[in-house]
Design a protein around this ligand. Structure first.
Ligand SMILES: Cc1cc2nc3c(=O)[nH]c(=O)nc-3n(C[C@H](O)[C@H](O)[C@H](O)COP(=O)(O)OP(=O)(O)OC[C@H]3O[C@@H](n4cnc5c(N)ncnc54)[C@H](O)[C@@H]3O)c2cc1C
Length: 306
């Protein structure tokens, strides 16, 4: 059930007119992989890049702005998200392949981008087929799987800053590191240019199918989850620590540690964000007590507690 929103009626009145959609008190749970969390005070879906830039330029600096992809790496807390949540729609989902370059809108799904590259006989982007997010989320998080990550394929990203300026940053300036980046706070990625290498399309497609099969065998890919909960500490897998600390299958309320892959937390049906966060904290406590290692959340937690 949606928690009471902290809606301040004057917020929407302080926002500039837009061509896209601006709505108050929008339930975010259906927009997230975990299917939990409270409402956005305001949800903005820009009509296009110009609409987004004009909005950010005129949006008062004291109104917080949060960007959402498809929330496959996010836990939205039950009290909801104050200020404006921006979600990119179809106008930001274009994918073009030219030579060895793939230019993808930030709202394009990673799988769609991998499929375009494969169909054009471009290798190197196969890993994206198993990451269930958008290109914007992939750049921001330096998404990776099976030995490759965004830093290996990205040439540049175009973004709109919190003050409404559009700029293109090359790979080094983006500052990608293990499951993160050094992008400016509040900047919205609108497009990324990726580079592949020529190969036979059938080889690329076969590798993608292999990734899908390996993933389905090892991860709860159809569950309400946020993917890997904790980053792997240097030299050791987070799931091994969690398993050794006896947390496999552990439950708090409607949240459970996956039996299949114990670095995945699952909403078994009626979990609250609070259940999921409390379960994550309990895992950290137990792993620390057992090993002295404090796990770092890889899943981002946003919004307020009720
Ligand atoms: C079943 C499952 C499997 C997963 N497997 C993997 C995996 O193998 N490898 C991996 O790396 N991840 C994995 N993940 C995690 C997740 O899919 C990735 O982190 C993905 O890149 C997140 O993309 P998203 O669009 O869902 O971003 P969100 O979760 O919506 O957001 C993540 C972060 O990116 C920011 N963001 C999103 N879009 C933009 C934008 N346009 N501009 C600026 N910032 C933006 C958000 O503000 C937030 O900080 C998995 C998740 C699930 C549920």
């Amino acid at each position: 059930m949606m928690a009471a929103a902290r809606i301040q009626p004057e917020t929407i009145e302080r926002l500039p007119p837009v061509r896209g959609r601006l709505r108050t008190c929008v339930d975010l749970a259906p927009l997230t992989w975990f299917r939990v969390g409270g409402p956005a005070e305001i949800l903005f879906r820009p009509a296009d890049r110009d609409d987004l830039a004009a909005f950010l330029a005129a949006c008062p600096a004291d109104i917080p702005v949060t960007i959402l992809g498809v929330a496959s790496n996010l836990l939205v807390r039950d009290g909801g998200v104050p200020g404006v949540v921006i979600r990119l729609g179809g106008a930001f989902a274009r994918v073009d392949v030219e030579g060895e370059r793939v230019t993808a809108g930030a709202g394009a799904l990673d799988l769609t981008v991998a499929e375009h590259a494969a169909a054009s006989g471009l290798a190197g982007l196969e890993f994206l087929s198993g990451v269930p997010g958008t290109i914007g989320g992939a750049v921001k998080m330096n998404a990776g799987a099976y030995g490759r990550e965004m830093v290996d394929i990205i040439e540049s990203a175009t973004l709109v800053t919190r003050s409404g300026a559009t700029l293109t940053m090359n790979r080094d300036a983006i500052g990608l590191f293990y499951r993160g980046s050094a992008l400016p706070e509040g900047a919205v990625i609108v497009e990324a240019t990726l580079r592949g290498a020529r190969d036979d399309a059938s080889n690329v497609i076969a590798r993608m199918r292999d990734i899908e099969a390996r993933r389905a065998a090892s991860q709860p890919v159809r569950a309400r989850t946020g993917g890997s909960t904790f980053a792997n500490p240097e030299g050791i897998k987070a799931w091994e620590l969690i398993d050794r600390a006896g947390c496999r299958g552990l439950r708090i309320g409607g949240a459970q540690v996956s039996d299949q892959h114990c670095n995945f937390l699952i909403n078994t049906g009626n979990a609250s964000a609070q259940d999921i966060e409390a379960l994550g904290e309990e895992i950290r406590r137990r792993v620390h007590a057992m090993s002295g290692i404090m796990l770092r959340w890889e899943i981002l937690r946003i919004g307020e507690r009720p």
